[in-house]
Design a binder for this molecule. Structure first.
Ligand code: 5GP
Ligand code: ZN
Length: 110
């Protein structure tokens, strides 16, 4: 938990989010500014800044996050989807708590 981190606040329940999955390691919620009809974020409960900060000890957690993508996409009715991990400011990362974006179902307003 990092006080300044918006995703840690969501994990702590201090700010609301539309959760679609949660277990001991991971929380998944809809993106507040969806870039597709379905757009959710797979977020570890451990505060890890980015893919650059991951270590060998995070291998199982990263695998778990990726394996959740097809399961949750199917639950959301998606037959296919895109995944994205932005890494570092130059990689387009805005929230420095690692997350996997999952997009599907076309443009948000189409
Ligand atoms: P990044 O650019 O770091 O890969 O993506 C951060 C994502 O988090 C963005 O798509 C942004 O819309 C989303 N986001 C930022 N703040 C919040 C929030 O308070 N709640 C939710 N649900 N999503 C957020
Ligand atoms: Zn955090």
């Amino acid at each position: 938990m990092t006080d300044a981190c918006i995703f840690c606040k969501i994990i702590a329940g201090d700010i609301p989010a539309t959760k679609i999955y949660e277990d001991n390691d991971v929380i998944v919620f809809n993106d507040i500014k969806p870039m597709a009809k379905t757009h959710f974020l797979i977020v570890p409960k451990e505060h890890i800044e980015s893919l650059k900060s991951c270590e060998d000890a995070h291998q199982a957690l990263l695998g778990k996050m990726l394996l959740l993508a097809p399961k949750l996409a199917a639950e959301q009715g998606l037959k296919g989807f895109k995944t994205l991990i932005n890494t570092g400011r130059e990689g387009g990362q805005e929230v420095f708590h690692i997350h996997v974006h999952v997009f599907g179902g076309g443009e948000p307003n189409s």
